[in-house]
Design a protein around this ligand. Structure first.
Ligand code: NAD
Length: 425
C-alpha cells in the first residue's frame, strides 16, 4: 500500500476524463454507437464531494476533501475503488469511475462503474488518523454506498484495513450487517480468498493469452514490471511462476534491471521488510526510473500509476507486448505511436479487470453467506478473464482496430443494451 504524487506534472497537461472521452469517441465512431447513448456515458450519473474534518494526533482539526463519482448503473449497482493520494481530484475520480463502467462491462460483470478518493498523504498519517479519516468518509457516503447500490473497494493507498473500518462505520450508521457493501475486505470479516492477488493474476492470465496469440512461449520471454505494490508484486510473482523471466522491476523509490532474471520472491521479501519499498535491493543493478519502461524486454507491465507511457518515451519502448496493470498508464497521444510500432497493448480495462472480477465473487459469496476455496475463486477468475480477452481479441479483428479500442467497443456493446433497455425519462 503506497501512494504517489510523481504524476502531478502530467496530470495538469490533460484532463484524465478527456482522455477517457477520446477513447470513447474513437470506439463509438467505429461501432456506430448511438449518439444518445454516447451522450449518457459522457455525463457521470452522480458526483459527490464532501469535506471531512478529522482530529489529528496533534489535537488540531484538519479538513480533507473526499469524492465519490458514480458514472453509470445501467448494468447493475456501481462498483469501484477508493484511492488515498495527494493528487485525487474531481476530474481523476470521474475518469476512474468511467473506466470502471467499461471494465465491468468488458469482464461481463453485472455492475456499473464508480470511484472514490480522499486527497491525503497516507504515508504521513498515523494509523489513528487514517482510521478517523476512513470512518468520516464512510459516514459522509452512507447514502451513496449500498450493497445493491454502490460498492467500493481498495485502490492506490488503501487496502483491507481501510475497507474494514469503512464497513464497520457503515454498519454502525445504518444498523445493518452488510458485508457485501464493500469488497477487498480481510478474510476474517467476509473477504474472498484470492482477492489480494487477483489484479496481478488477471495481468498474468492476459499476458499468457496474448503470448499464445503471438506464438511465444513463456519460457522464452522476458518481462519488466513497473510498480511493486499490490498489482506489480503479484503480477511479477505470478508471471515468474509461469516461467517468464522478470528482468526489470521498480517502484517510487528505485528501479532495477538484471538480464539474467530477478528473484521475485526475494524482492517481495525484501520490500516486506523495507517499508514496502525496493530501495536498497541487491538482486539487480539499479537503473534510473526513466530507463525502466524503455529497457530491453518482451513484455512490459506498467503497474504503478497513470500517464507514464507518453509521446516522450513511447517510441523508445522495446517490448512487443504491453499489459496495463495500472489504470491509464498510456496517454491517448501515445496510442498511435504504440500501434505504429505494432506493439500489442492489452488495455487497462481488460488487463487489470481481475481485481474487480474477484471483488464481484466476494460480493456474491457475501450475499450467499457461503465461501469458496481459493482454487474455486482462481479457476472462475481465469475463465472469466480468458473469455474477456477472447471477446476483445475478436472485436479487434472484426473492427480492424487496436485492443484498446476493441475493449471499449466490447464494453459499449453491452452498456448500450443496458441504456436502451432501461430507457430514459
Ligand atoms: P499500491 O499503492 O499497492 O502500489 C503502487 C506502486 O506503485 C508502489 O509500489 C509504488 O511505489 C509504485 N509507484 C508509485 N509511484 C511510482 C513512480 N513514480 N514510479 C514507479 N513506481 C511508482 O497500488 P496498487 O493497488 O498496486 O495500484 C497500482 C495501479 O493499479 C493503480 O493505477 C490502480 O488504480 C491500479 N489498479 C489496482 C487494482 C487493485 O486491485 N489494487 C485493481 C485495478 C487497477
Amino acid at each position: 500500500m503506497s501512494t504517489t504524487t510523481a504524476n502531478t506534472a502530467h496530470a495538469h497537461e490533460q484532463s484524465m476524463f478527456e482522455a477517457v472521452l477520446a477513447r470513447l469517441d474513437a470506439a463509438a465512431k467505429l461501432m456506430n454507437l448511438s449518439e444518445e447513448v454516447a451522450q449518457v456515458l459522457r455525463n457521470p450519473a452522480k458526483q459527490v464531494k464532501v469535506a471531512l474534518p478529522v482530529m489529528m494526533d496533534n489535537g488540531k482539526i484538519k479538513v480533507f476533501e473526499g469524492y465519490r463519482t458514480v458514472h453509470s448503473t445501467h448494468l447493475g449497482p456501481s462498483k469501484g475503488g477508493i484511492r488515498y493520494a495527494m493528487d485525487v481530484n474531481a476530474d481523476e475520480v470521474m475518469a476512474l469511475a468511467a473506466w470502471m463502467s467499461f471494465k465491468c462491462a468488458v469482464a461481463n460483470l453485472p455492475y456499473g462503474g464508480a470511484k472514490g478518493g480522499i486527497k491525503c498523504e497516507p504515508r504521513e498519517m498515523s494509523v489513528g488518523e487514517l482510521e478517523r479519516l476512513s470512518r468520516a468518509y464512510a459516514m459522509a457516503m452512507k447514502d451513496v454506498f449500498g450493497v445493491n447500490r454502490d460498492i467500493p473497494a481498495p485502490d492506490m493507498g488503501t487496502s483491507g484495513r481501510e475497507m474494514a473500518w469503512i464497513l464497520d462505520e457503515y454498519n454502525k450508521v445504518t444498523g445493518e450487517d452488510a458485508p457485501g457493501v464493500i469488497t477487498g475486505k480481510p478474510i476474517a470479516i467476509g473477504g474472498s480468498l484470492g482477492r489480494d492477488a487477483a489484479t496481478g493474476r488477471g495481468v498474468m492470465v492476459n499476458t499468457l493469452a496474448a503470448l499464445k496469440k503471438m506464438g511465444l512461449e513463456p519460457k522464452n520471454v522476458t518481462a519488466v514490471v513497473q510498480g511493486f505494490g499490490n498489482v506489480g508484486s503479484h503480477a511479477a510473482r505470478l508471471l515468474a511462476e509461469k516461467g517468464i523471466k522478470i528482468v526489470g522491476i521498480g517502484d517510487h523509490t528505485a528501479s532495477f534491471y538484471n538480464e539474467n532474471g530477478i528473484d521475485v520472491p526475494a524482492a517481495i521479501d525484501y520490500a516486506a521488510k523495507n517499508n514496502r519499498t525496493l530501495k536498497g535491493f541487491k538482486g539487480a543493478t539499479e537503473i534510473k526510473s526513466s530507463e525502466l519502461l524503455i529497457s530491453k524486454c518482451d513484455v512490459l507491465v506498467p503497474g504503478a500509476l497513470q500517464n507514464v507511457i507518453t509521446v516522450d518515451n513511447a517510441s523508445l519502448i522495446q517490448a512487443k507486448l504491453i499489459v496495463e496493470g495500472a489504470n491509464g498508464p498510456t496517454t491517448p497521444e501515445a496510442d498511435p505511436i504504440i500501434n505504429d510500432k505494432k506493439i500489442i497493448c492489452v488495455p487497462d480495462i481488460l488487463a487489470n479487470a481481475g481485481g474487480v472480477t474477484v471483488s464481484y465473487f466476494e460480493w456474491v459469496q457475501n450475499k450467499a453467506g457461503y465461501y469458496w476455496t481459493e482454487e474455486e475463486v482462481n479457476s472462475r477468475h481465469d475463465q472469466k478473464m480468458e473469455q474477456a480477452f477472447d471477446a476483445v481479441w475478436n472485436n479487434a479483428a472484426n473492427y480492424n482496430t487496436s485492443m484498446r479500442i476493441a475493449a471499449y467497443i466490447t464494453a459499449l456493446q453491452k452498456i448500450e443494451q443496458g441504456v436502451k433497455l432501461k430507457g430514459a425519462y
